[in-house]
Design a protein around this ligand. Structure first.
Ligand code: NAP
Ligand code: MG
Length: 496
């Protein structure tokens, strides 16, 4: 049977164009292997064109009043809301997450559009007193110039929108390179901007691989800043390259997030929070819970309940409303996840549930993996330290709250953590002492809202935050302005 599918194009300088040399890559459904479309496999020439278009558009865009830039974002938000279902279905088909989560992914883009649109009327600077008479002092935010956004496949609409909308409202122009596995969701986002009349060149889309498009963008002399989300390995390379040219770079990398469950917790609630955080998005969220740090008194009961519930989760195509867990992003990722089962056994952990590829019926056509619980895990084991990025939860027993917090904090990552407890004092101690960028009380490790800073400590990134006010810190340069209206030379620090 021969498969046919549509061919899609890049968006450069306000035009939909094929890759310069005409090459394409297949986009396939991870649940079935079905061909979904052909997308450009771009190269240096396309990168050069897109950066040139963004550079040309920068002067006009930076001088466009920020509230006017905001009006464009409002219109994009409204259009995305209209197209939410269509985009969510495309997203599920190419990425695999279940439809309710895909709708949430698109909703994040809508929320961010409205939030950043509002920033168009704020973009708060600072007005401070001068130490000298008849002199004004204030700080304003300037855009950087051309920003490269390089994004992963796990939030195919949300992450490109977080980056591009924050960059654009501040007056930057953008070249977006989405993950090879999920080009269509990014295209739908860019299409919304095109359809509301964003000026040509302000936002450009170049699809293709990390080596042929991602790295050339990072290295391009006319790119002023890079916003990257992805793996630690690639993030390090991006950071090193950016450093050579003193470019600003924000990195959002992996996580090894934990839920702490204390003896006094509401276990019904904890079970729901754990299942949602560990197996939602098939464990492929940067904030997914991959460690359960449980106090001794409730370990047995919690394990029993989790085993029963994990085994009952329905795997299937994300478009089927009955499905609770979709496939992994591709079969390569499934191999990687499965390889950790041997790692776990070798180190003395036990598989309580799952631990295998799904073998029933249609599930063999896709990258499905059974929801997995590992127990007898010790804090230093590889399955307690390395990001697996799949439906695998490592259970670690502890005696006390202090020990639970210490175990939580002892990893190279620091994105999110959560605690289930009914003791207000324990909750306060946790809020004070958990050293992740995000902390949840009586909720799972996932579910960030766009109006607060998003990001993590340690190896999760390089200290910047996305979303909320944090985003503007990265996408703007402070310019300090002194206006002396005394009519004479006044010397700061010298003329008292
Ligand atoms: P990845 O392989 O690092 O890819 C991320 C992006 O970088 C993709 O667009 C990729 O292109 C591109 N890329 C690959 N090699 C590159 C290179 N040498 N130079 C420049 N760009 C390059 O990560 P992934 O597998 O897509 O995503 C999974 C990872 O992302 C996980 O580790 C997860 O924790 C992390 N993540 C973190 C957050 C967060 O906010 N902390 C959020 C989501 C995901 P191709 O697609 O063509 O390879
Ligand atoms: Mg990749």
């Amino acid at each position: 049977m021969s498969e046919t599918a549509q061919t899609y194009r890049n968006y450069i300088g306000g035009e939909w164009v094929a890759a310069a040399d005409g090459r394409t890559t297949e986009n396939r459904d991870p649940a079935t292997g079905a061909l979904l479309g052909h997308f450009p496999r771009s190269s240096q020439v396309d990168v050069d064109r897109a950066v040139a278009a963004a550079k040309t558009a920068f002067e006009g865009w930076r001088r466009t009043p920020a509230p006017k830039r905001g009006e464009i974002l409002y219109r994009v938000g409204a259009l995305l809301a209209e197209r939410k279902e269509e985009i969510a279905r495309i997203l599920t088909s190419e990425m695999g997450k279940v439809l309710v989560e895909a709708r949430g992914d698109v909703q994040e883009a809508i929320d961010m559009a409205y939030y950043m649109a509002g920033e168009g009327r704020r973009l708060f600077g600072a007005v401070v007193p001068s130490e000298l008479p008849n002199k004004a002092a204030y700080g304003v935010r300037d855009p950087l110039g051309v920003i490269a956004c390089v994004t992963p496949w796990n939030f195919p609409t949300a992450i490109p929108s977080w980056k591009s909308m924050a960059a654009l409202i501040a007056g930057n122009t953008v070249v977006l390179k989405p993950a090879t596995d999920t080009p269509h969701s990014a295209l739908k986002l860019v299409e919304a901007f095109a359809d509301v009349g964003l000026p040509p060149g302000v936002l450009n889309l170049v699809m293709g691989s990390g080596s042929e498009v991602g790295m050339p963008l990072v290295q391009h002399p006319d790119v002023a800043g890079i916003s990257f989300t992805g793996s630690s390995e690639v993030g390090r390379e991006v950071n090193v390259e950016a450093a050579r040219a003193f470019k600003r770079v924000t990195l959002e990398l992996g996580g090894k997030n934990a839920i702490l469950v204390m003896d006094d917790a509401d276990l019904d609630l904890a079970v729901e929070g754990i299942l949602w955080s560990a197996f939602g998005t098939t464990g492929q969220r940067c904030t997914a819970c991959s460690r359960l740090i449980v106090q001794k008194g409730v370990r047995r009961e919690l394990e029993e309940r989790l085993v029963e519930r994990a085994r009952a989760l329905r795997l299937g195509h994300g478009l089927d409303e009955q499905t609770q867990v979709g496939p992994l992003i591709n079969t390569g990722q499934r191999e990687r996840v499965h390889s950790y089962m041997q790692v776990a056994r070798d180190e003395g952990a036990r598989i309580l549930a799952g631990g295998e590829m799904a073998t029933e019926g249609d599930l063999t056509k896709g990258a499905f993996y059974t929801p997995t619980l590992l127990t007898d895990v010790k804090p230093g084991m590889r399955v307690a330290q390395e990001e697996i990025f799949g439906p695998v939860l490592s259970i670690i027993e502890v005696e006390t709250l202090d020990e639970a917090i210490a175990v939580n904090n002892d990893t190279r990552y620091g994105l999110s953590s959560a605690i289930f407890t009914r003791d207000v004092n324990s909750a306060q101690v946790a809020m004070r002492d958990l050293t992740t960028g995000i902390v949840y009380i009586n909720a799972g490790t996932i579910g960030a809202e766009i109006q607060l800073p998003f990001g993590g400590t340690r190896g999760t990134g390089n200290g910047h935050r996305e979303a909320g006010l944090g985003a503007l810190e990265f996408f703007t340069e402070w310019k300090a302005i002194y206006v002396d209206y005394s009519g004479r030379l006044q010397r700061a620090q010298i003329d008292a």
